[in-house]
Design a protein around this ligand. Structure first.
Ligand code: DX5
Ligand code: ZN
Length: 219
């Protein structure tokens, strides 16, 4: 599996609908939507009304990455606004098991995200229940940061653990500092879903930018 999910954090917020349509035409697989609350991460983005407003502008799945404290307060609102899948941070959930099952009970695939310094052990007992694991390859909060190389070790260990528990079909996502160089590295280490903000939206030709992130045979 190899999917590209452009992150609209790097889009032009004054023309969000056009930028989403542009990456849709350019061959994106998912639209990655970064929700930040100014507490869990030192930045703010937007909430469910904006997700709902852009929902009619593409048929691509909305991959909602919640970088917020107490995400359980807003999960239903994001689901109603048009999220197709929701990922929460292990670090932001006191009752991670409850939150993951809240997402699944709404009929959506559930993901768990880990910051660069959080060990895989933090999700050992929830791993069998999740549909996706997001390994953050930068500290969340901003687009355009440099890829953290130790993430590659974590990715390889995660792949091995998933294999060991018979959950090899769980999606492994990476987010932060993904470009045409790091894309090959994370894919070789086991990533299936590559989020990319800057690498896609800083380019005029979004189709070419997305293609540059794909494995050579798929361009
Ligand atoms: C980081 C966000 C990312 C961000 C990635 O906090 O979760 O999705 O948009 O941006 P780039 O690809 O520019 O590092
Ligand atoms: Zn993200």
């Amino acid at each position: 599996m190899s999917l590209i999910a452009p992150s609209i954090l790097s889009a032009d917020f004054a023309r969000l609908a056009e930028d989403i349509a542009d990456v849709d035409r350019g061959g994106a697989d998912w639209i990655h939507i970064d929700i930040m609350d100014g507490h869990f991460v030192p930045n703010l983005t937007f909430g469910p009304p904006v997700v709902q407003a852009v929902r009619p502008h593409t048929r691509l799945p909305f991959d909602v990455h919640l970088m917020i404290e107490q995400p359980e307060r807003l999960i239903e609102a994001f689901a109603k606004a048009g999220a197709d899948r929701i990922t929460v941070h292990a670090e932001a959930c006191v009752h991670l098991h409850r939150v993951i099952h809240m997402i699944k009970d709404l009929g959506l695939p559930a993901g768990v995200a880990l910051n660069p310094a959080t060990p895989l052990q933090a999700i050992e007992y929830i791993l069998p229940d999740v549909d996706l694991v997001l390994i953050m390859t930068v500290n969340p909060g901003f687009g355009g940061q440099a890829f953290i190389p130790s993430s590659l070790v974590k990715l390889r260990q995660l792949r091995q653990q998933l294999q060991e528990i018979g959950k090899a079909d769980t999606l492994v996502q990476v987010d932060g500092g993904i470009n045409s160089e790091t894309a090959g590295l994370v894919r070789a280490a086991g990533a299936d879903v590559l989020v990319a903000g800057n690498a896609v939206f800083s380019e005029q030709d979004r189709a070419a930018a997305i293609a540059a992130l794909r494995p050579e045979g798929m361009r």
